[in-house]
Design a protein around this ligand. Structure first.
Ligand SMILES: Cc1ncc(COP(=O)(O)O)c(C=O)c1O
Length: 441
């Protein structure tokens, strides 16, 4: 028997009643993707308030790499919450923060690195930029087409897609320049997509933006929201090389791609690429609000006392969760598991691609796999409607998944790596059946 167990139609009556209350009490921009209200969850599965058990292949939007309610995380959280739940680390420090910093330094290459903790992904990027500006004394930033970095003023400015994230919220932060990111599938020269983007980058520094004024580039090694876009192999190392020559720091946004999802702790590690600063969040603390900036000590030490911080940053309960997450990743071999899960996902979609012509490309690294849907494999016209019909159909059959990409036409897999083989087959079976139903054949 499988995990999915639907007792009512989706949504059931209890979910429906709570969602109606939500409509009256919660601001509309917080719109809902799945109309089911969760009651409890374990691993890759959750049960809603009507008793329907479903699979969440979005993993709490990329936060549940070690699964919902992992017993070791739950225990660490209980223990820490009972001891103390907050001090403000800068007023009264605690060891869990220091322990997590030590672990992250080791996992991010060791050597002369330091860590600062924050609450959210956006906050990590904001602060990575502050470190970079303090160190370089320069005002400008370069970011990339398709990038997503958050919803605060600066990170919204760094984010590429204007709708729904930016329209109506200007003026934006000054001195932010956006350049093309290699998107091989949508390039006229897929193998040269990286070289072409680098040419534009270098030309921009020669003719439009004075490199002596640029503090940092902010780049995702594999774009998340932008469509699970993997750059050509030379792009990141050469970008880092150009930046080093110009005294520009590289901030690697590993918020979605990091913490092991791609089969290495950092997605950047696939490219032999050493950024100056790394931002982590999402799966780092199993959904507890925690993010980290890990960087070169000289850069991390550059801002003055109290220039970096915040009341809640590095909350002890979230730190305890993160320490447990990192232990679980190691103990349960989740980096190796990412490779296995990724291969299974790819194989399932390659099979579907044989008879669903809307499957345009299957791409990714490790378990970070995206499937791009198109109306026509020649023209590559995006088929957002196929992707959304697939997602809606899958929810009705007990599987939650999410899309991404500039045209909302990429299905992204962000599933918990503790998912069992049986659950993985079951979940992929629902998704691929939904794709067959949504496609033209
Ligand atoms: C690559 C990347 N950067 C930054 C963010 C922003 O993180 P948060 O929503 O925690 O502010 C996200 C969130 O999806 C992300 O995927």
């Amino acid at each position: 028997m499988g995990t999915i167990d639907l007792k009512t139609g989706i949504p059931g009556p209890r979910s429906r009643a709570i969602v109606e209350r939500k409509e009256r009490a919660v601001a509309n921009p917080l719109d809902l993707h799945a109309p089911v209200v969760i009651d409890r969850a374990q691993g890759a599965a959750f049960t809603d308030v009507d008793g329907n058990t479903m699979l969440d292949l979005s993993g709490g939007l990329g936060c549940h790499l070690v699964g919902y309610s992992h017993p070791k995380v739950v225990e660490a959280v209980h223990r820490q919450a009972a001891r103390f739940s907050h001090t403000d680390f800068s007023v009264i420090p605690y060891e869990t923060y220091v322990e997590l910093a030590e672990r992250l330094v080791r996992l991010c290459g060791g050597g002369d690195r330091k860590v600062a903790l924050f609450n959210s992904g956006a906050e990590a990027i904001e602060n990575a930029v502050k470190f970079a500006k303090a160190f370089t004394g320069r005002p400008a930033l370069i970011c990339f087409e398709g990038g997503f970095h958050g919803r605060t003023l600066l990170t919204m400015t760094l984010t590429s897609r204007y709708r729904p994230y930016k329209s109506g919220f200007g003026p934006f932060a000054p001195e932010v320049y956006r350049l093309p990111f290699p998107y091989p599938y949508r390039s006229a020269h897929p193998d040269e997509a990286g070289a072409i983007a680098l040419e534009t980058f270098e030309r921009t520094l020669a003719t439009m933006v004075d490199p002596a004024g640029v503090a940092a580039v902010v780049v995702e090694p594999v774009q998340g929201e932008g469509g699970f876009v993997v750059p050509t192999p030379e792009f990141l190392p050469r970008l880092a090389e150009i930046c080093r020559r110009q005294g520009i720091l590289v901030i690697c946004d590993e918020i979605q791609s990091g913490t092991g999802r791609t089969g290495k702790f950092l997605a950047g590690d696939h490219f032999g690429f050493e950024p100056d600063l790394i931002a982590l969040a999402k799966s780092l603390a199993n959904g507890y609000p925690l993010s980290a900036v890990v960087g070169r000590s000289d850069v991390m030490d550059a801002p003055g006392p109290s220039a970096i911080g915040g009341t809640y940053v590095g909350n002890p309960v979230a730190c305890a969760a993160a320490n447990a997450v990192l232990q679980v990743i190691e103990e349960e071999g989740l980096l190796e598991r990412a490779e296995v899960v990724g291969k299974t996902i790819r194989a399932a979609w390659e099979h579907v691609a044989e008879d669903v012509p809307e499957v345009g490309e299957i791409r990714g690294l490790g378990a970070m796999v995206g499937v791009e849907f198109v109306r026509d494999r020649e023209t590559k016209e995006p088929a957002g409607e196929v992707c959304s019909a697939l997602i809606d159909g899958a929810i009705q059959r007990g599987v939650v998944s999410v899309s991404c990409g500039p045209y909302h036409n990429v299905l992204r897999h962000l599933l918990p790596l503790v998912i069992t083989d049986q659950q993985l087959d079951e979940g992929l079976g629902v998704l691929t059946d939904a794709a067959r139903a949504a496609g033209s054949h």
